[in-house]
Each structure stands twice: as C-alpha cells, then as structure tokens.
Design a protein around this ligand. Structure first.
Ligand code: AGP
Length: 608
C-alpha cells in the first residue's frame, strides 16, 4: 500500500506534493520521491527512508513547478533503494509514473521491452509502466496509458505525467484505490482522500478499469477503451484522521475488515492450481537445499509465534516434515542444535523484533539455513535471512496484529504446499489445498457480515474479568492468539489452552463468571471439542462456540454461537481467528481503550 499524490494548476506543485505525502506517510514509508515540471526544467528527486529524507534533499536543492506527482513507497518488488523509489521514468525521462499495486506480468513485459532497446534502472515491477507508455506514446498521454493498461495484469492505482504532453495528469485504477479532486486551486490525484481533504471535501473515486484525465480546471473519466464514464462527485464529511483510517474509527477495525484483500495479496501469483503447487519466488535460490532438509524450526514472538504453531500442524501433517516452534526470546538462551538438516524459519510482521533478530543472527553465525516470512520489505530480518517470502499484507498500523496473522497463515499454507510437493504430497492433495486456499478471500466477507452479532456478544460479556479460550489441533494456537488479542486490547485477563488440557487443572477455574470461547469447527477433533464444552457447561461455565455454518447441534450446548464457512481443516485458523479479532476489538472499544495504541505496548518490540 503506497502513497500517491499528483497536482496540476496555477499553484506551486512542490509544497502540495509534500503535504499530500505527509498525509499518506502511514501507507508506505521506506522510500519516496517527487517529480515536478517547470517550463523547460524537470525536477526529479528520490530518497530512501522516511519522507524527511526527501525533504532534506529538496531543501538542499529547492525547485518549483505547476505539475507534478509524488510517491511514498511500501516495497513489494525490489529492495529499498533510491533506484527502486518512485516516480519511475521512461528512457528519455519524458514520462513519469507513480504506482500502488503489483504488476503480475511485469517480467514478461520487461523482457519484451528490453528486446526493443528499453533500458531499465530498477528491480521494480512498476518500471515496466513508463517504458510501455513510452512505447505507445505518440504525443497523447491518455491514449498511450490506455494501450499500456490493456496489456497489464495485476493491480494498480497510478498517476502519470509527460513532459511532452504537460497539461494533464492521467490516473487509472484496478483494485488499488485512487481519488481525484478538481477545485479552484487546481486538479489533484491521490491514493487516499486524506491527502486531499485540506483542499476540498469534494472527491471523485475511480472504479476499477477507469482512466481519468485531470487538468487544472476540469477532469474526464473513461473506460479502458476511451468510452466516457459519468462520475458522481462525493462530498466527504470525514475528518483528516478518519480519512487516513478509510472512514473507520480505528486502524485495527480497518485492518480486520481488509483481510479479504490482504489474504488475496498474500497469495497473488503464488498458487498454481492445476499443478497443485505454490510459487514462492523468494525461495528459488534455496529450492534444492529445501528439498534435502529433514526438519524445520520456526522462531518468532507473540502473534507471529502463534502463526508458527499453526504452521507446525500444517507442515507435519501435509508436508511430512518434523517441525519445532520456539519463542525467539527462549530459543536464543537454549543451546540449540544448528545443523545442516534443519531450516530455520523466522516469522515477523515488522522484521525488526529484537529477540527474533538476535535468534536469527545466532543461527546464521552457526551456519544454519534461514528463511523469513516478513511483512515489511527491506526490514532487518528480511535482509538477514538467506531467503524468504514477503506477506504483501500492506502496512499494519494497529499495534494488535490482525491482517498480518492471517497473512502469515496464508504464507505458511503456501510454504506447506511448496515443501509438501517436493516430498510426498500428491498432485490431488496439492490441487485440493490450492483450490481451498484460493476460496478464502471470498469467505472472509461472510464472517465480517456477522460483525453485529459479535458486537452484541461483546456487550453481553464485557464485564467478565477472566476468559478462557480453548481449541484443539489447528485451532489450539488460535485459542492462544484469541486470548492474546483480548488481553492486549481490553486488558481483561484471558488464557488460551489446549482443550484436552482442561481436566488437568484449568477446569477448576470454571464457574458462571468465567466464560469460555471454544473453537469447534466441524473438523477431525470436533467430537472431542463437544465433550470439552460439555465439561465446562457441567460446571455452569458460559460458552461461546466458534462453529461451522450449518451445525445446528452446537446450539443445544453452547450459550452463544458464531459461525464460519466450511473450509479444509488445515485452513480453518485463517477463518476462526477473525471473530476473535472482532470480539477483542468491540470489548476494547466498549472499555473506552485506544485499541490502536493499547497501554504498555509498541507495534514493533525493537528492544529485548
Ligand atoms: C500481536 O498483536 C502483538 N502486537 C505482538 O505480540 C507481536 O505479534 C510481536 O511483538 C511480534 O512482532 P513481529 O511479528 O513484528 O515480530
């Protein structure tokens, strides 16, 4: 998720571009850049690091102009370098593009363009856009952009300007948001209305496959084939802060709701359904070594550790690889055996968690093979590991990890498919997992549509002082994760437990004031879970069951039921966790807590 801004008008574009990028800085912040046209001059500056680095460069060599575009990057393809920062230009530095999204067929397009003599200067997927537009450019920018986008596969929110056709900004959208606004001050383009609110609350939101031509005093929108499209001018009543949260009251809720999209992005271009395989480009250079490893050791903290525990069940059952999972903070104080038969997998949303990074360095010093499952491109853990797979979940702003967790489970499922098909997993099983995984983005909205019911349960149970979360097999780690969400957001004590462990002590806690959330989808351990629920009910404990839709029997024993759609057992954690995220969120809000910034917590624990 990157920040895009564009301006054309009578004002000086430069300060307006910087202001827009500042408003969008939460969307992407590993590098940034702007380009501004001034009569004969083209001012083009990019910088690695936060926006301040770009502002410093500009201060040393200030410039102005009346049309320009800017970008703050959340890297997906290509490391965090100045050459990879947007805007990206064509060979003649006539055409400049800023882009948010993923061009899936960039490699094939790049190869064709290089054969035609185009010279690339970055590792990014985006750079194919200015060169392709250059290929079609005959003086009219929007015509060249239309022809380009007819060849592109993937997602984009983009803005383009051309020195040789300078009276316009051309913008286009497919799956990544893009908004335009034209007022007395000029014409604006942005990936987020928050960037434009200080100029106007009248916005035009592009829809998929629409292209806009924005000039200083007007705009027009067409489809991909230049057919005009009528667009409504929307008046936003949001505050600036609400706009940054997409209208949601908190980033946490926004990030829970966008999990259909973030899970889709985590698997985009990585599922080979017919072959029943996963394509993980970041593992290519170690594919042979992975074929020979005999064990896996997953190392992480917090929510990422819980994802690792789910991965253990997946990898042992379907890839047939013995797997251990360790807290990074414990692993590094043990005397772990680092051998050539083990691959060490480090899971981290931020890629900066001190304990995880320290454990990684220890494994590397002893010559272990290290893999990363990381969300922040170019982060320390991503750079230190020998290979890995990025989450592509987009920035996670809320301190409580939500979309990163379901993204981690998605990537672990892909890793399981990747390693399993190297080993004993059959084509049929591989195809089945691939097909089931691909269904998930369409199933998540079904769970979210039940949010009102979950909010009512939060109101019903808001005064409980303790909670128990229980699950078995794939959903035991989800019980741990659900308890963590409630703890860190509502400050209510909650324990996650293996349901089979209840009778070995914890059931002594149960009475009418100690409710339990039981994860009991219709899977291989469902009957066992029913027995555990009955044990709890026999002691007057209240039970909220997370069950598979269509299961009416569970209503006879649980006090309340939240349903999830039917899915392949290995993948149920991606769905069962979502009601628990919402439950914690609603109780936290009812308690009056700042659920985005819970007390005592930091988004990335970069100290030991
Ligand atoms: C989860 O909600 C917490 N914010 C925390 O446990 C987090 O998962 C943990 O600190 C690990 O962070 P990382 O994934 O960035 O390494």
């Amino acid at each position: 998720m990157c920040g895009i801004i564009g301006y054309i008008g009578k004002e000086n574009a430069t300060p307006l571009l910087f202001e827009g990028l500042r408003r969008e800085s939460y969307r992407g912040y590993d590098s940034s850049g702007i380009v501004v046209f001034e009569e004969q001059a083209t001012h083009y500056v990019r910088a690695v690091g936060k926006l301040e680095k770009l502002e410093e460069k500009f201060a040393n060599n200030p410039f102005s102009g009346n049309i320009g575009v800017g970008h703050s990057r959340w890297a997906t393809h290509g490391n965090v370098t100045e050459a990879n920062a947007h805007p990206h230009a064509d060979c003649k530095q006539n055409i400049f593009v800023v882009h948010n999204g993923i061009i899936e067929n960039y490699a094939a397009l790049k190869e064709k363009l290089e054969k035609k003599g185009h010279r690339f200067t970055s590792q990014t997927d985006t750079e194919v856009l200015p060169h392709l537009i250059e290929h079609f450019f005959k003086g009219n920018l929007e015509e060249a952009v239309q022809k380009t986008l007819q060849l592109v596969k993937g997602t984009y929110g983009l803005a383009v300007i051309a020195k040789e056709d300078p009276e316009k900004i051309v913008a286009a959208r497919l799956s990544s948001p893009l908004v335009i606004s034209v007022n007395s001050g000029g014409g604006f383009v942005a990936s987020d209305p928050a960037a434009l609110l200080s100029h106007s609350n009248k916005m035009i939101f592009l829809d998929d496959k629409e292209i806009a031509v924005v000039q200083s005093d007007n705009f027009r929108v067409t489809d991909m084939y230049n057919k005009p499209k009528e667009k409504e001018i929307v008046e936003l009543e949001w505050t600036l802060e609400e706009a940054q949260k997409g209208g949601y009251p908190y980033f946490m809720l926004k990030e829970i709701i966008e999990q259909s999209e973030s899970v889709k992005n985590s698997m985009r271009g990585r599922i080979l359904t017919e072959e029943g395989r996963a394509k993980l480009g970041g593992l290519q250079q170690v594919e042979k070594q992975l074929r020979d490893i005999k064990r896996l050791n997953i190392i992480a903290c917090g929510t990422s550790y819980h994802a690792g525990l789910v991965g253990e069940y997946m990898l042992e059952e379907y890839a047939g690889i013995p797997t251990d999972v360790d807290f990074a903070s414990e692993f590094r104080y043990r005397k772990p055996i680092i051998d050539k038969e083990t691959a060490f997998v480090f899971i981290s949303q931020s890629g900066e968690t001190a304990d995880t990074l320290a454990a990684l360095k220890e494994v590397k010093e002893k010559g272990g093979l290290t893999l990363g499952i990381v969300n922040v491109v170019g982060s320390s853990i991503a750079r230190e590991t020998d290979a890995g797979a990025y989450n592509h979940a987009g920035p996670e702003i809320g301190v409580a990890s939500t979309k990163a967790f379901t993204s981690q489970l998605t990537v672990l499922s892909l890793l399981c498919l990747f390693l399993g098909r190297q080993r004993q997993m059959s084509l049929v099983m591989g195809q089945r997992i691939a097909k089931e995984l691909a269904r998930i983005p369409e199933l998540i909205p079904q769970i979210l549509s039940g949010a009102d019911n979950i909010e009512k349960l939060a109101q019903k149970y808001r005064d409980a002082r303790n909670f128990l979360y229980v699950g078995r097999k794939y959903n035991y780690p989800v019980a741990l994760e659900g308890a963590l969400k409630l703890k860190e957001i509502s400050y209510i004590h909650a324990e996650g437990y293996g349901a089979g462990e209840m009778k070995h002590g914890p059931i002594a806690l149960i009475d009418e004031n100690f409710p339990t959330i039981a994860l009991c989808p219709s899977d291989s351990v469902y009957e066992k879970m029913v027995s555990n629920i009955q044990e709890i009910k026999a002691r007057n404990g209240k039970v909220i069951a997370i069950a598979t839709e269509g299961n009416e029997d569970i209503r006879k024993i649980a006090d309340d039921v939240i349903y999830i759609p039917k899915i392949f057992e290995m993948l149920t954690p991606i769905l069962t966790t979502i009601p628990l995220q919402l439950f914690a969120y609603y109780i936290g809000v009812l308690k009056g807590n700042d659920v985005d910034k819970p007390r005592n917590l930091a988004k990335s624990v970069t100290v030991e």
